[in-house]
Ligand binder design. Sequence first.
Ligand code: KIV
Ligand code: ZN
Length: 508
Amino acid sequence: MDKVIFFDTTLRDGEQAAGGTLNIQEKLEIAHQLEKLGVDVIEAGFPVTSPGDFEAVRLIARDIRQPSICVLTHANLKAVDDSWDAVKGAANPRIHIVLSSSDIHLFYQLRKSRDEIMEMSRSTVAHARKYTDNIEFSAMDASRTAPEFIYQLLKAVIDAGATTVNVPDTVGYAMPPQFGDLIDGVFKNVPNIDRAVVSVHCHNDLGLAVANTLEAVKRGARQVEGTINGIGERAGNAALEEIVMGIKTRSDYFNLTTTIDTTQIYRTSRLVSDLTGFPVQLNKAIVGGNAFRHSSGLHVDGMIKNAVNYEIMDPKSVGVPSSSLVLGKTSGRHAFKERLAELGYSLNDENLARAFAAFKELADKKKDITDRDIESLVAEERRTISEEYHLDRVQVTCGDQGLPMAGVRLTGPGGKTIIEGAALGAGPVDAVYKAINLCVKVPNSLSEYSVKSVTQGLDAIGEVLIRIESDGVIYTGRGAGTDIIVSSAKAYINALNRLLTAKKQKAV
Ligand code: KIV
Ligand code: ZN
């Protein structure tokens, strides 16, 4: 059986999604989890686009040793040099050069001829070869490019030293059989193709990103590019978890191997959702909340008799935690730590102590604590680490008589200053946000607010997700707890902290 290389671009194409900005620490945390997941290549960023991206790539290259660390660069010599500076500390660095190949892009965007594209591609690949022989070349908008030109271009870049050639469906236009034929065509018409790995990178504009990717794999492509939860530009990228489970579940059809530890899929999905603020839709394949839930009488009956009737994958194989009741008020630190380990979390002593204190506080308010509650609690603790502003207290009066009023107390930068504010508002959340604005004076506007409960029951944890906008950039914030007004306040503080960190990193 041969192997499919998994190329994860959550930190580059995924982060390009509107509103998905991650700070450097968050990128590092995701990169560590991707390493645990077992991806072969992490595309860590596009360093020439911002100093923050440069620094994130540099740190990921320094800290993550198992997967190859890749940087995306434009096809010009200076960009290649600067990108190399960011990634050169990696154990196995890769330079990924992208240039458009379709006549549409050449005419309407780049205003260049095919000959010019050919020369730019060839010369930048040859230049990158001075640094490393791990070079990927992407013919952007390949699925709308004349196939003969793709063949010539790929031949030229392989001759110049590219070791992976990527065929992107940049705008999600391809149909699976057509895309498969293009991959067939590459194998048949690029004479030196045996010297490179053929890769595909599909977008989901018509909902076909995974289908196109799997068709390409069937026709011989051996690198697949995608993101966790399928996040990315517009309708997103191919979801890596769906590709890997397609290859694994239908090994009778593909007969291929991967190095992915599928039991890490669920955790990776939760982490990416939590840090980017993009919720996973309930019916999303593999990682959605309903993906392994059976509700109709007929299905439940079949499941009770034998899971094989209606389940093609074991939820445990993708790391989905059971929803059974696990802990309560009397559970001790040891039981809590063990349950965390079973869920895949290994916290250091300090973080464990904080999480356990939060667990005890929750157990006072909520009788039965499920795995989902524990996940939410750990995510909440993670959000409060290295905060600039911390919510110390919040008190609200509201009802149908008079205006809602809120008072807040925050600890400020360095944890030393205490700042207090009080305000009236149209509703309790509005009053809390106005009171916080009096303490943290950063102009912004709220563009999205939603609340959902983590589990069933009136004492369930409520998770609040918000987005705020400042200087044209969107920042996400999340907060969770049994009181949704307190969760709303935490979400706002979380968004403000992310805004302030991003501004600081930009200023560096
Ligand atoms: O969608 C695309 O074509 C890309 C390239 C950089 C591979 O993201
Ligand atoms: Zn893309």
